[in-house]
Design a protein around this ligand. Structure first.
Ligand SMILES: [Zn+2]
Length: 306
């Protein structure tokens, strides 16, 4: 693995392991901000914190801004946006509830539409929650920065003449992960369902599932096939379409191996220690702390389903 790729993956995994620790306070600074242009209309704002990618889709009549990193990043996000356009932010889309994707919702000024899956909004509206869920950031005055446009399966949104499609293909990372498609430019993003090329973190407090993960990714592939050339990951780079297809293969291979190990009487720790992706999927990482958590959770879910 090239050094830069290994580093970015470590940073992504580092951010996610902090999610596991559920201690957003005292995060390390993370990699520097980096604005990447993927298309005339679409930019990815990487880094700035241990947090997810932010997207700027510059539509006619306003900007669609996807994910708002951690709290305290609002001014930095707007500074970067102003280097590419003077258009106002017409819409925020939060891919899911987590603090490193919804943190600066309240720092971007008034935005008419804030879009999320209905389950993500429900998570953000919880009375109490683990810090990772970020419900505490939307109390009192800040209730007005909760998502105010929700959907269940699919919806087409318009900003000026531009169309943005949002889809829900089922639970995995949480039970409210939104896939966003910019159909005119054939680019998609699935938040942390495809957070990085590797075994993911599963948030069971917010409806995530290890056992159902492969089916959800397979549904995403089936639902997006033919419409998308590039898929932006939640925390790392933008990848060619084929990498999402291969991510589905990785999940299928991993699930087959875990369930076969369970049938053979192996322990979750054994299975986690022994598993490696096949050579053709060697660019997908299977590393701690997610590897053991994912396998253990899959065992628990498979046994509970019996
Ligand atoms: Zn997340």
């Amino acid at each position: 693995m090239p050094r830069a790729v290994a580093l970015s993956l470590l940073l992504a995994v580092g951010a996610l392991s902090l999610v596991i620790a559920a201690q957003p306070a005292g995060l390390p600074p993370g990699p520097p901000l980096r604005l990447e242009q993927l298309d005339d209309q679409l930019y990815v704002l990487h880094g700035g914190c241990m947090c997810g990618n932010t997207l700027f889709y510059v539509a006619e009549g306003g900007v669609v801004l996807v994910d708002t990193k951690v709290a305290g990043q609002g001014l930095a996000i707007l500074d970067q946006l102003r280097t590419v356009t003077d258009e106002p932010v017409a819409m925020i889309i939060n891919t899911h509830t987590h603090f490193d994707h919804t943190g600066s919702n309240a720092e971007l000024g008034y935005v008419e539409r804030i879009v999320a899956h209905e389950n993500a909004r429900a998570s953000l509206m919880k009375t109490t929650c683990a810090p990772v869920t970020n419900c505490g950031a939307f109390k009192g005055e800040n209730e007005r920065f909760l998502p105010n446009v929700t959907f269940r399966d699919s919806q087409s949104l318009r900003v000026g003449a531009d169309r943005i499609d949002v889809h829900y293909f089922g639970p995995g990372h949480t039970d409210g992960d939104t896939w966003i498609v910019f159909p005119d430019i054939r680019i998609a993003m699935g938040g942390d369902l495809f957070g990085a090329k590797g075994v993911p973190y599963v948030d069971t407090e917010n409806g995530g599932t290890a056992l159902g993960y492969d089916e959800t990714i397979a549904r995403a592939v089936a639902g997006l096939e033919g419409r998308v050339d590039t898929v932006i990951s939640g925390h790392v780079e933008a990848y060619p379409w084929d990498d999402l297809v291969r991510y589905a293969e990785f999940h299928r291979h991993l699930e087959d191996a875990v369930l076969a190990g369970m049938e053979a009487g192996r322990t979750p720790a054994d299975v986690a220690a022994e598993y490696a992706p096949p050579d053709e999927l060697a660019d997908f990482s299977f590393i701690e702390p997610f590897a053991s958590n994912f396998v253990q959770l899959m065992f628990d879910e498979a046994q509970a389903a019996r």
